[in-house]
Design a binder for this molecule. Structure first.
Ligand SMILES: [Mg+2]
Length: 295
């Protein structure tokens, strides 16, 4: 490699490591960000009279660690070629990613006030027109196939960026998801990590009443993936699972994160109905207070 290209490559790697570790040193920092994300989501869905707050609260702690420490992204240059890619396959929970992106500095937090509003900046389901969002999703089963394509592209480009895909357990009922799971294993895409927000509740029911996935981790391992099961609300476990990826060389990684739908607002925790609801005006202050006390 010519010297000038070698120097450029070293600079890029150093810059990349610096960006990856720019903030978040301990669980207190995580708590502060998670509270902001949860409170944004509660306010945004209440203001917009939109749904899916339960789904957002379920993955808030995972997003906190991802955007707080793990993802190698640059708010000042959202399309930086060497950035890590994050796809939210459960696109109905997009407000939680918008909240994380705004707190990270990708766009002004004032944009959050326009969520789900006519002529607003932020749509109900996640949109790639927003800085920091890689791909628009909504119908389940689309995120992982695209993430797999990105992982293949990164390999062909000989680039070191990683691809992360957050899925719901409902997402895993889709046939297209399992096609992507098989492809990723066969082609040894160890630059790909899936995080499953495993709250065991989906749009219209509990998993055991719709399509049961257990033994979920074993199924994924049998399909050739490396799997780690964690508590999806424990910052130490989330961060530890994402350090040193891939979990096993030459295998795609899956973090099966056990979560609670509606986490933090006791009146809606673990309910099916919180999939389509928002926190009403009369319960708003109490909900905001409650999530402020988490962890
Ligand atoms: Mg679910």
């Amino acid at each position: 490699m010519p010297l000038n290209r070698l120097v450029g490559w070293i600079n890029m790697k150093v810059e990349s490591q610096l960006k990856r570790g720019i903030n978040m040193g301990n669980s207190k920092d995580y708590k502060a960000l998670a509270v902001k994300i949860r409170q944004h989501c509660i306010r945004m869905t209440n203001r917009g009279k939109s749904g899916h707050v339960g789904s957002m609260l379920s993955m808030a702690d995972i997003l906190t660690v991802l955007y707080g420490k793990i993802l190698n992204v640059d708010p000042e240059n959202p399309e930086w070629q060497e950035r890590d890619r994050f796809i939210l396959s459960k696109g109905h929970g997009g407000a939680a990613v918008y909240a994380a992106l705004a707190e990270k500095g990708f766009f002004p937090t004032e944009w959050l006030d326009t969520y789900y509003m006519d002529n607003g900046k932020l749509s109900g389901h996640i949109s790639h027109h927003i800085p920091g969002v890689e791909f628009s999703t909504g119908s389940l089963g689309h995120g992982l196939p695209v993430a797999v394509g990105m992982a293949v592209a990164a390999r062909y480009a000989k680039s070191g960026y990683r691809i992360f895909c957050m899925m719901s357990d409902g997402d895993c009922n889709e046939g297209s998801t399992w096609e992507a799971i098989m492809f990723a294993a066969q082609h040894r895409l160890d630059n790909l990590t899936v995080i499953i927000d495993y709250n065991r509740i989906q749009a219209l029911g509990h998993m055991e009443d719709v399509i049961e996935m257990e033994p979920f981790g074993k199924k994924l391992e049998d399909f050739g993936w490396a799997v780690k099961e964690i508590d999806g609300h424990n910052y130490d476990q989330i961060e530890e699972s994402m350090r040193g990826l891939p979990l096993i060389k030459n295998k795609p990684s899956c973090i099966l994160a056990r979560t609670v739908k509606g986490k933090g607002v006791s009146s809606i925790e673990n309910t099916v109905s919180c999939h389509y609801k928002y926190i009403s005006d009369d319960k708003l202050d109490e909900a905001l207070r409650e999530v402020g006390k988490l962890q």
